[in-house]
Design a binder for this molecule. Structure first.
Ligand code: HDE
Length: 725
């Protein structure tokens, strides 16, 4: 089935629909058993008399219960907690110079995609807001077969060789003797591993940064991590790194906020994605590539095959070539989000692998894990996994086989089936592996070009803004503060000391420890007999001390679209102020909730009835991006005396969010902890200081409030003006 052309309805993987039943429109259908027998009563089991024992004969009961007993399948060994959406990918810049992949050449095609976001360490039911890497897995249903880009929201990884994956995952998962802690790296075993595996250091910098606490899946970057290959129609190859750039910018929440959200709404990211799509605010990312010609393979001071290294965008710019839009929520979580099977080995002609040893091991693991998770070798037949490209081969049978292959030939070569299916020659789009020249000895060794474990960790740290650096210090103090074994903390301080002495000193201070004397360079995960000089980075031309692209402070901050804004109000609120600000926010695409002490409606100062969206009891400031309090004597008096309202404002201030008040609502702000930090000027003019906006003209306040929300957070007030909340 061809991909749909642009301008028609967004294309689906239509085969997904083959087996679907819409329970909402299946009007008039009788309930049946799985074998089609109509059921007359599924609420009472068959008994020997109304008060008698249940009869084994009750096939209706047994079928219902047996199915229920087997409803769960094993959760993913990693990335168990996930949320997904359907969408489309549209190319705007053909890439024919570098690849022959059809979907990267034809700007007319809309390629359907299915994207699953996830955390890594937690179980299926764990909180979305864990400090963790986020999975960013995209399945492109291209005309030439499925291409899965199984990436993360961080561009590097903890290990260089996939044989270490079970170790790093065992270390980060809950400790095996007591299954504690859930979805958290802040425990002994993780830091024990990391502190002896210095190749993790760069990734640790990312994991301790705000990137590990996204505000939304819609506001995360995505990375293919490994260096892949592109191959053009002439067979010429180049190296490539894949990127996703969110059009809403890259934004995060504060750690204290993340922990609170985990309690208030553990589904925060899942809900955010679902709601945005239901509201028609379709999340969008541009797809980017960094291209490195083959001849430049050894140009950089890091090895392109080393997955603990990124290519700074200042050295090789990201070329944006297309856009992905997520426009449809799954109909059924299990059938789609749970049963989707990604695989880094799902590639199409024009894309190929490199010898990155992390990538190579993944090629084995993904099929292997689906065999036990999805129960057999036919998981490609599950609707969500089916390609839109036709499938013809001689693979047969096995558990859960759906296809009914007709005819007697299931082998190649055959004449009984007319020789079908034929192998596709190069001209027919048959996949041919890139003919890389290999001449080597079989060895279990790491290339010395992988031995520099610290330069890019330092580059990342140096590239952060001051608030981002402060957050990293706090994150490390938190995580290592939870580590019970002192020797592990000490070892980590030695590692951090090699990244940045100031960072290590600040972390040490928070832990009440001293950094041990160490040699200039220690590298605990290279072979003991390696030449120390071999892991000193060879400085090359163009080497950077900072990469501005790595700081979220430099992200896009031009829109409040889909931001969630709280308006705190009670009976007696000034409707004109509330409506002016609310309408201005809505006009900019924000989502606004009127929050009052109780649900139902409130009566405004001029007797208008205003619908309350949420009661103070059911929400919290951590679920919103900003808060506004309109004036009105009675409303102000109620809120001033309402502890939950004051807590709401204090927390919003503590988490550096934009806060606005009009007219006499200043009084409510005065009941907060941050009152004394407010601007003194209480004239008619609208005053904005560090994201707090106060004024009498609601129109002016709205304008400044919108500008402030677009800034996301006012981190600069965090340290000097810390308040309890
Ligand atoms: Fe995965 N990874 N991984 N991984 N990974 C899985 O596959 C694995 C790695 C990533 O939403 C598993 O179907 C090995 C890097 C995502 O369904 C498993 C290694 C990156 C997802 C597996 C890695 C990823 C997975 C578990 C080291 C970023 C979720 C369930 C060589 C580039 C996909 C499954 C989804 C899932 C193995 C490293 C991304 C066990 C052995 C690096 C986004 O097969």
């Amino acid at each position: 089935m061809p991909n749909k052309k642009a301008g028609t309805e967004p294309a689906d993987n239509e085969k997904i629909k083959d087996l679907s039943i819409n329970t909402e429109t299946a009007d008039g259908q009788f309930m049946t058993t799985n074998h089609g027998v109509r059921i007359n009563d599924d609420q009472n089991s068959l008994k020997a008399g109304p008060r008698g024992a249940t009869l084994l004969e009750d096939f209706i009961f047994r079928e219902k219960m047996t199915h229920f007993d087997h409803e769960r399948i094993p959760e993913r060994i990693v990335h168990a907690r996930g949320s997904a959406a359907h969408g489309v990918f549209k190319l705007f810049k053909p890439l024919g110079e570098f690849t022959k992949a059809g979907f990267l050449n034809d700007t007319e095609i809309e390629t359907p995609v299915f994207v699953r976001f996830s955390t890594v360490a937690g179980s299926r039911g764990s909180s979305d807001l864990a400090r963790d890497v986020r999975g960013f897995a995209v399945k492109f249903y291209t005309q030439e077969g499925n291409f899965d880009l199984v990436g993360n929201n961080m561009p590097v990884f903890f290990i260089q060789d996939s044989i270490k994956f079970p170790d790093v995952i065992h270390a980060v998962k809950p400790e095996p003797h007591n299954e504690i802690p859930q979805a958290a790296s802040a425990h002994d075993t993780f830091w024990d591993f990391v502190s002896q595996n210095t190749e993790s250091t760069h990734m640790i910098m990312w994991a301790m940064s705000d990137r590990a606490l996204p505000r939304s899946f819609r506001m995360m970057e995505g990375f293919g991590v490994h260096t892949f290959r592109l191959v053009n129609a002439e067979g010429v190859a180049c190296f490539v790194k894949f990127h996703w750039k969110p059009l809403l910018g890259v934004h995060s929440v504060a750690w204290d906020e993340a922990q609170n959200i985990s309690g208030k709404d553990a589904d925060f990211h899942r809900r955010d994605l679902y709601d945005a799509i239901e509201n028609g605010d379709f999340p969008e990312w541009e797809f980017g590539v960094q291209i490195v010609p083959e001849e430049d393979e050894h140009k950089y001071e890091f090895d392109l095959l080393d997955p603990t290294k990124l290519i700074p965008e200042e050295l090789v710019p990201v070329m944006r070539i297309g856009k992905m839009t997520l426009n449809r929520n799954p109909d059924n979580f299990f059938a789609e989000t749970e049963q989707v099977a990604f695989h880094i080995g799902h590639i199409v002609p024009g894309i190929d692998f490199t010898n990155d040893p992390l990538l190579q091991g993944r090629l084995f693991s993904y099929t292997d894990t689906q065999l036990s998770r999805l129960g057999g070798p036919n998981f490609h037949e599950i609707p969500i996994n089916r390609p839109i490209a036709p499938v013809h081969n001689n693979q047969r049978d096995g558990i859960h086989r759906m296809t009914i292959n007709k005819g007697k030939s299931s082998y190649n070569p055959n004449t009984t089936g007319g020789g079908c299916p034929f192998q596709a020659g190069k001209m027919d789009g048959g996949f041919t592996s890139y003919a890389e020249k290999i001449d080597a000895n079989k060895i279990r060794e790491r290339s010395p070009s992988f031995f520099d474990h610290f330069s890019q960790a330092t580059l990342f740290f140096n590239s952060q803004s001051d608030p981002e650096k402060n957050h990293m210090v706090d994150a490390l103090r938190f995580e290592l503060g939870k580590v019970e074994t002192e020797a592990i903390r000490l070892r980590m301080l030695m590692v951090l000391n090699q990244v940045d002495k100031g960072l290590a000193a600040q972390v040490a201070y928070g832990l009440g420890m001293h950094i041990p004397e160490t040699p200039e360079l220690i590298n605990l995960s290279i072979p003991a007999d390696a030449d120390p000089l071999s892991y000193q980075p060879v400085k090359k031309e163009g080497s950077l001390t900072e990469s501005p692209a790595l700081s979220m402070a430099n992200t896009i901050k031009d829109s409040i679209r889909t931001r969630k804004i709280a308006i705190l109000a009670a009976d007696g609120v000034m409707e004109a102020e509330l409506t002016t600000v609310k309408n201005s926010l809505l006009a900019q695409g924000a989502m606004v909730d009127v929050i009052a002490p109780r649900l139902g409606t409130i009566t405004g100062a001029t007797s208008t009835q205003i619908t309350v969206d949420k009661s103070l009891l059911t929400v919290a400031s951590v679920l919103y991006d900003a808060v506004y309090v309109p004036g009105g004597a009675n409303s102000v008096a109620t809120l001033e005396a309402e502890a939950d309202a004051i807590h709401f404002l204090n927390e919003a201030y503590k988490h550096c969010k934009a806060i606005a008040a009009t007219g006499d609502a200043l009084q409510v702000l005065e009941a907060t902890y941050f009152a004394k930090k407010l601007p003194e000027d209480n004239s008619d003019a609208t005053v904005m200081r560090e994201g707090v906006i106060i004024g009498t003209d609601a129109g002016n306040v709205a304008k400044q409030f919108i500008a402030a929300i677009a800034q996301h957070r006012f981190w600069e007030r965090e340290k000097p003006r810390k308040i309890p909340a």
